[in-house]
Design a protein around this ligand. Structure first.
Ligand code: MG
Length: 182
């Protein structure tokens, strides 16, 4: 019996109890945006200093977009484009933070918990390593989960293809959530 939640261990125990009546669901997401001059570069909710940035209807945060699709995928609730159509002027220049907050809130509304997210950013430049911790912290803050449950990785395509030619940045994500059994 848990009468109050004070310490991290209390929350872990409460989650374990709740997990008994819930099942894990996994979603994946993938996105690509074009690199262009004269745009800021937003990745994982962090502005990265770089000579070129990503173009798109919103702030073009390709990593967050992939993550939103992963969360929506775990819920089987469509994709980012179905909830935030690029044709809608409300999302022009919008911070992708709000898309991620929406997906987080959908998980809560379904009685779910975000167990873990894992992102891979695919690009030749910039180097992601120096920004990894800031990105993990920002995503953890937006998702309201501990940073230990947020993974950010990066890879190149060995100078092959559109990411290799630095024409764009791709991102893929996996999200695991616990959902009540129906
Ligand atoms: Mg996108």
């Amino acid at each position: 019996m848990l009468d109050k939640l004070t310490y991290a261990a209390d929350f872990a125990r409460a989650e374990a109890m709740l997990a008994g009546s819930r099942l894990p669901a996994t979603g994946t997401g993938f996105d690509v945006h074009r690199l262009v001059p004269g745009k800021p570069l937003w990745l994982c909710g962090v502005e990265v200093a770089h000579e070129i940035g990503l173009s798109g209807h919103s702030d073009a945060d390709v990593a967050i977009h992939a993550l939103v699709d992963a969360l929506l995928g775990a819920l089987a609730e469509g994709d980012i484009g179905s909830h935030f159509p690029p044709s809608d002027p409300r999302w022009k220049g919008a911070s992708s933070d709000r898309f991620l907050a929406f997906a987080r809130d959908r998980v809560s509304a379904r009685g779910g918990t975000i167990t873990h997210v894992d992102l891979t950013i695919i690009c030749e430049a910039p180097k992601i390593g120096p920004h990894r911790d800031a990105m993990r912290e920002r995503l953890a803050e937006l998702l309201a989960i501990p940073v230990t449950r947020v993974s950010v990785k990066a890879t190149t395509t060995e100078q092959l293809g559109y990411t290799g030619r630095k024409e764009g940045i791709a991102a893929q994500a996996v999200a695991t959530v616990l959902l009540p059994q129906l």
